[in-house]
Design a protein around this ligand. Structure first.
Ligand code: CA
Length: 760
């Protein structure tokens, strides 16, 4: 068991806090009346005061940081407490000590406790916000970080990597803390395991609130990682329990286990994209977790790799993920795998899980020429699989004779290979008081997740004194409707998140770029003459940190724009943006954007990510560049500029390219980019390049029901992952047929081309 300076569990939390307060008060009283052997309670008001207090702190002492903002404070908390007398660093009032600017916290020694601090409005100048070590020579053990908040404490450059919490040493605990809004590269919380350092860590990570983490658009967006592949064959024996993960969407691994002997239990994963992945290491236990997807795309469950993994008693409902992010994924391995690839699954025990209304269970996932070793010596027993829509979630991608199936119950059709051990049965469910669905039939009591499950709630995690994010931030159209008046620039500066600025009818000339740093809609009048925006300096709109822009019912003309090459109507700001942005264009017209070469409508810059770009019922005529230019990334790390691009019911006439989207690299860590083009008309476009639509490394493509005439063709290049490309029901008049090619995979291109009509 790890050391708990103040013994408490989830249930005993209030009592624990009470004891804590009492201890503080008695220490103060005793300090004034007794010899110096007694513990002290020291209130410090500046960094020098803290350094002095920390230097002379003895077991049992409590150092309090005075309420207020502490700017550019790199806290070095080093000391040696005792098992029954830790040295404590806390806030005068929990939640009222705010670390801002370039701040961080390092702990070294033993029996230390830190609580009550908030990191906000800044970022760490080092590789960690909180590190359980001073440097490579001194780490912390038997220490605890509790009721700490790290909120949006991001590097300004999204590519710059850091970790919010790095656990070193042994027997440390991180609990009841709040981590939300990490947007730059790097794991939110990592257990660091290096040779020469302790490997049998026995840390505890419990009752934390892991709040929304937006897609990173590359590898390195995990919320928790335990170890790395190098030391993965040793056991960390870390416990991750009773944590709440809300919309942790950083990448395909929400939790990445790269060591053995870990226990992950009673955690709730709420609408989080990705999966709990047993990536490296053996003998891990994943038990009694609850995964609730609510049908959100890419929400997954548990992915099994390696030897001796147990996945038991988990409840999964409404998970829409497929492939590597299925509710349950059992992977194929690489024969004699190198340490950093995929070890064959052996001796996996997957029992008594409930998979309700979820898209997929994949056995033998990832089977290909390299991953050719199917799971062996494994068991899949007494699982309950129910799909109210009647769909069969099972997909078998390899030989699964090494997986013994027994006592499973499924409602819905079944793959012939699963007929033994998966009984077909109608299962009526009802929702129990714990909020989860169970069979009404008492005879099925021992099938699927146990009735004793009690999903940890959001309220039970994090700290009571720091508010958790509510529903999504202000969306387009949520706020006030304001008239643009004489100056659109002034109206934008005065607008608040979610507001709509309504332009008057007629022409508006904009002579300098308009910076967008909030969620704003700019709309033409609902009736009467249309509103036209003419601009002089490119870009018309510059998206800055926090910016999301919707254009509705407006016409944009570039007829007066300066004739520099590389102009754009909308461009992201210079440099990286740690926050993702979004652009929506609805019922709008764009024209005269061809007076100089390479004039784009939307141009993305490196190290920025559009969470979505939506174009609906809009018309583009005379564009010399691309309507969506999202190809600014280079290098092999799998970076890209747009997560989801959706175009529908729109018209493109004489445009250079509809979209040019590029995702670099061979890494399999992302869900995007995703692209769809539906019900649109493309004429005389892409003639110069011979291509009207270029997609490279896109993971999901749907091009359906469009008409192309006298235009360049569609070019789709598959690089990594399991790209899903469908080009159907289109008409190509005097336009080359679509070209789909594979960069790495052998065999014919993996795409569905159907019901397309070619007319010359
Ligand atoms: Ca990863």
């Amino acid at each position: 068991m790890a050391f708990h300076p103040i013994a408490e569990t989830g249930k005993g939390r209030r009592r624990g806090m009470h004891v804590f307060r009492w201890a503080l008060i008695s220490a103060t009283v005793l300090a004034s009346a007794a010899p110096p052997a007694f513990a002290e309670r020291l209130l410090v008001k500046d960094q020098a005061g803290f350094n002095q207090a920390a230097k002379r702190a003895r077991p049992g002492d409590v150092i309090l940081l005075a309420d207020g903002e502490w700017r550019d404070f790199q806290i070095m908390f080093e000391g040696h407490g005792a098992a029954d007398k830790p040295i404590t660093l806390t806030a005068q009032t929990k939640g009222r000590v705010i670390l801002t600017g370039q701040s961080n916290l390092r702990l070294a020694g033993e029996y230390l406790v830190v609580s009550g601090l908030v990191f906000r409005n800044g970022y760490t100048p080092t590789t960690d916000v909180i590190a359980f070590r001073r440097d490579s020579k001194a780490s912390a053990s038997h220490s605890r970080v509790t009721e700490i908040v790290i909120d949006g404490f991001n590097q300004p450059d999204r590519r710059k990597e850091d970790r919010w919490v790095s656990l070193h040493g042994r027997h440390n605990r991180v609990d009841h803390s709040h981590f939300a809004g990490k947007a730059n590269a790097g794991v939110t919380l990592a257990v660091i395991r290096q040779s020469g350092q302790p490997l049998d860590n026995r840390h505890e990570i419990d009752h934390n609130y892991f709040g929304p983490r937006p897609p990173l658009g590359s590898n390195g967006g995990e919320t928790i990682r335990i170890g790395t592949s190098e030391e993965s064959l040793s056991a960390s024996n870390t416990i991750v329990e009773d944590n709440y993960f809300e919309r942790c969407d950083g990448e395909v691994e929400i939790v990445s286990i790269k060591s053995g002997g870990n226990v992950l239990r009673r955690n709730t994963f709420f609408e989080s994209q990705g999966a709990l992945v047993l990536r490296h290491g053996n003998g891990n236990l994943v038990e009694d977790n609850v995964f609730l997807g609510n049908g959100r795309a890419n929400t997954g469950g548990v992915r099994v790799i390696n030897t001796g993994q147990t996945v038991r008693g988990n409840y999964m409902e409404g998970l829409a993920g497929t492939g590597f992010s299925s509710a349950i994924t059992v992977m194929n391995g690489v024969p004699n795998s190198p340490i950093n690839r995929y070890h064959q699954v052996r001796k996996a025990l997957i029992e008594r899980n409930s998979v309700i209304d979820s898209a997929r269970i994949t056995l033998g996932a990832g089977a290909d020429a390299e991953r050719s070793a199917p799971p062996i010596d494994s068991r899949f027993e007494r699982n309950l699989i129910v799909s109210s829509q009647g769909a069969d979630p099972f997909r078998v991608d390899a030989d699964i004779s090494g997986v013994a199936l027994a006592g499973n119950i499924q409602e819905g059709a079944t793959d012939a290979r699963l007929r033994q051990g998966v009984a077909q049965q109608r299962v009526a469910l009802s929702r129990a008081t714990n909020g989860l669905l169970y069979p009404i039939d008492a005879a099925l009591a021992e099938i699927g997740a146990p009735r004793t499950l009690r999903p940890v709630t959001k309220q039970e995690t994090g700290t009571p004194w720091y508010p958790k994010p509510g529903a999504a931030t202000a969306d387009f159209g949520d706020g006030r409707r304001l008239a643009a008046g004489a100056s659109l620039a002034k109206a934008i500066a005065a607008a608040r998140n979610g507001d709509t600025i309504v332009l008057g009818a007629g022409e508006h000339v904009v002579d300098a770029p308009l910076a967008i740093s909030r969620t704003l809609t700019i709309a033409g009048p609902q009736a009467g003459a249309p509103a036209m925006l003419r601009f002089v300096r490119s870009p018309l709109f510059r998206i800055e940190r926090g910016g999301r822009l919707r254009l509705q019912n407006v016409t944009v003309s570039g007829a007066q724009a300066d004739t520099m090459p590389g102009n754009a109507v909308i461009r992201t700001g210079d440099g990286s943006m740690s926050e993702n942005y979004a652009i929506e264009i609805v019922d709008s017209n764009f024209r005269d954007l061809d007076r100089s070469p390479g004039f784009d409508v939307i141009a993305t810059t490196p190290s920025t990510l559009a969470e979505h770009v939506l174009i609906h019922a809009s018309r583009f005529e005379g564009v010399s560049g691309a309507v969506i230019a999202a190809h600014s990334e280079t290098g092999g790390q799998g970076h890209y500029n747009a997560e989801q691009v959706e175009i529908a019911a729109s018209e493109f006439r004489n445009v250079g390219m509809i979209a040019d989207i590029f995702r670099s690299g061979r890494d399999e860590s992302t869900f995007g980019p995703r692209f769809s083009l539906t019900g649109s008309i493309v004429t005389g476009s892409g003639k110069e390049a011979g291509v009207s639509l270029r997609l490279s490394g896109v993971q999901f493509t749907s091009i359906k029901g469009n008409r192309f005439a006298g235009s360049g063709g569609i070019e789709v290049t598959h690089s990594v992952g399991t790209p899903d490309t469908r080009i159907t029901d289109n008409r190509f008049e005097a336009t080359p047929a679509p070209l789909v090619r594979e960069l790495y995979a052998k065999g014919p291109p993996r795409a569905v081309l159907a019901n397309n009509v070619a007319v010359n």
